[in-house]
Design a protein around this ligand. Sequence first.
Ligand code: PLP
Length: 459
Amino acid sequence: MVWQDAEPPMSPQHPDGHVFYRRMWHTYPTIVRGEGITLIDDTGRRYLDAAGGAIVVNAGHGVQSIARAIAEQAAQIAYVHAEKFTTPVLEEYAAALAEVIPLPGVRFFPLTTGSEANEGAIKLARQLQIIRGHPDRHLIIGRWRSYHGTTLATLAVGGRLAARERFRPMMPDMPHIEPPTCYRCPLGKVYPACGIACADLLEAAIMEHGPERVAAFIAEPVSGAALGAAVPPPEYWPRIRAICDRYGILLIADEVMCGFGRTGRWCAFEHFGFTPDILTMGKGLAGGVFPLAMLAVSGALVEELVAARQDIAHAGTFSHHPVGAAAGLATLRYLQEHDLVAAAAHKGALLGRMLHEALDDLPGVGDVRGLGLMWGVEFVADQATRAPFPARLGVAGRVFDAARELGLMLYPAQGAYDGASGDCVMIGPPAIITETEMQQVVALLAQAIRAAVPVQTGG
Ligand SMILES: Cc1ncc(COP(=O)(O)O)c(C=O)c1O
């Protein structure tokens, strides 16, 4: 079979109307209701939401207690300016969150998107370095094949080439290192004989750019869509922590996707035995019912600001939002009452076994990897060499489309190979998913892959 490049049709699917869609050539079903892990459109068609949207929905769709908490808060006091007031719900939420987020003396700065939280983390790192007497420390080292957000600064520290390219002249030039990815080691090594040489790349980058110029290192403890849920070897993060400490560099853990229970622990960093200085979270924090993200900082760093008589140099009209706090608190309580973080661990392990069993031997499947309820499947043109499909074939999008036709929603992503090519789909269902639903998800996924992934035929 000859595979055609994925090309958009000649005219947009939505020529009329006033919505500026994210994808003008995409046909959008109109969703009118959500129940559990199911979305229902205006024709009554049902979709299994196996990725919780963009790995967001953790408590499930249509949770009435969370909806009620938001409505009650909105009726009582919906908005105050965070520079002038606090609210009981915000104080209660931060106290409850502090019980599960293991940063010593943690303080929370609520925002609305992961991009904003990471932007704030970067700025805070710079601010702290100036306070510490290091005004030249302005570089933030990031990793290739990472994603930290859609703003110019977060794109600059991120490593998705396709997202960065056209904005490059407008971005600060930040150093990047290769990420840990054992499926396709950037150093051509094999674990464990590699000695975790990928972690030492951080030290090499610090030496290359000068420790006196580096403010922070930012990375995802478990990679998100940009690297299809790649999980680093256990020794990686403690080594990174030690390198940051050696050179006085702040460590920012971006847990916007992998945090807040998704990997089977409240924080993904708990799997790896290290503590970041600054933590960002988003996505599942309010289960998708409210746009909520968080900049979380250890108490010692806040003390440094206080000792310098400074406030954080970050803001936002909707920061510290009372309705966001109500949504976050209700989601946290729901996860606790239904033991959904432990569920993410044990259901995730089961889902992983099911995915391996069903997909490992399928043509075109290169790797199946993940942790907790965050899984990635990477497709390759050649299973022996692990060569990716050309980006223009749009294989991840094809699998997504085929799955949607079958009533299964995935989260497609390209770039796991070199920031542009390298096709993955992510599976990250709400933690309320049942074993039967997991079986359905895996069976439909296998069917979609068989239908959509180009297979090399021998001549
Ligand atoms: C790891 C990671 N960081 C940051 C972001 C940006 O979050 P947001 O889209 O809420 O701005 C994302 C979004 O996908 C993400 O996966």
